[in-house]
Design a binder for this molecule. Structure first.
Ligand code: GLU
Length: 283
């Protein structure tokens, strides 16, 4: 670790369901990787339709049951809308409003293409239909997208790179401008009715919380290229990354919040101890 600086990690769940073993693993890894530094909690509740107060309360209870200790106060994204609006305003010259729905995007991509449509971390790669529209005629139902080609040009760079201390730690992970355009495309910075998106909020908040090591599941590995691009545009530091393995069920399927039967608290109710949970997770 550079210069012996204090490591700060975070666990950033969305209160859209009960935590399961995969969350327990992510939280335990985040705390372990902070040690002896600081471990923070951030409630990612920008999706007001899906987030519930009772799930947020359950997060606190379940993490405490696991024996985790986190710094206070806890950051909640629903309290941070002004910070996201400011960031969006700074990026405004590189953004445009988009009214395309999933069906429009599929139709536009299908026209020149046969077979599998290009997809990235957020689903289909946006074909740029609305790219020439101006923010001045943004409608209330529009999302705001980043013009990624212009973003690279504005920065004068042709690739994005980051380090992951868990995956090939002595090499940069690199994505070129063309790979970004073909494989990710113009990402959404503000979703309908939210004033931000996961990508924008996570970048603004990791910087605001002074996170030095972002620990999270490998499913978010490709999103990291988006985050590093946004960090550069907003002149925020790029932390070190640590993408860990995903916890799967006996059939190899990744655990999801909707598999309520596997909720962490049910293990406790059935008599398991936090130590048993750690053993199940090979921690
Ligand atoms: N809120 C995200 C999730 O629950 C985690 C985001 C992150 O760690 O960057 O999957």
């Amino acid at each position: 670790m550079a210069g012996g600086a204090v490591r700060r990690t975070r666990f950033a769940p969305s209160p859209t369901g009960l935590l399961h073993l995969g969350h327990a693993y992510a939280a335990l890894v985040a705390e372990r990787e902070a040690s002896p530094g600081q471990f923070l909690l951030r409630i990612e509740d920008i999706d007001r339709d899906r987030c519930r107060a009772e799930y947020e309360a359950a997060i606190h209870e379940d993490l405490a049951w696991l024996g985790l200790h986190w710094q206070r106060p806890v950051m909640r994204q629903s309290d941070r809308l002004t910070a996201y609006r400011d960031a969006l305003r700074r990026l405004a010259p590189l953004t445009y409003p988009c009214r395309c729905r999933r069906g429009d995007i599929r139709a536009a991509l299908s026209a020149p293409q046969e077979g599998a449509l290009p997809a990235g971390p957020d689903g289909l790669v946006y074909p740029g239909t609305c790219r020439t529209r101006s923010l001045a005629d943004a409608g209330p139902d529009d999302v705001i997208r980043l013009d990624v080609g212009r973003a690279f040009d504005a920065l004068g760079i042709d690739r994005i790179a980051f380090r992951d201390e868990a995956i090939m730690p002595s090499h940069d992970h690199v994505l070129t401008r063309d790979q970004f355009l073909d494989g990710i495309g113009d990402v959404i910075l503000s979703r309908r009715g939210m004033g931000t998106s996961y990508h924008l909020a996570v970048v603004v908040d990791d910087a605001a919380q002074g996170i030095t090591v972002v620990t999270r599941g490998k499913d978010l590995f490709d999103s990291t290229y988006i985050h590093v691009l946004l960090q550069k545009l907003l002149q925020l530091p790029t932390p070190l990354y640590h993408h860990h393995r995903l916890i799967r069920d006996a059939t190899g399927k990744r655990l999801a919040k909707r598999d309520d039967a596997r909720a962490l608290r049910h293990y406790g109710e059935d008599g398991a101890t936090p130590q048993d949970v750690c053993r199940m997770l090979s921690l």
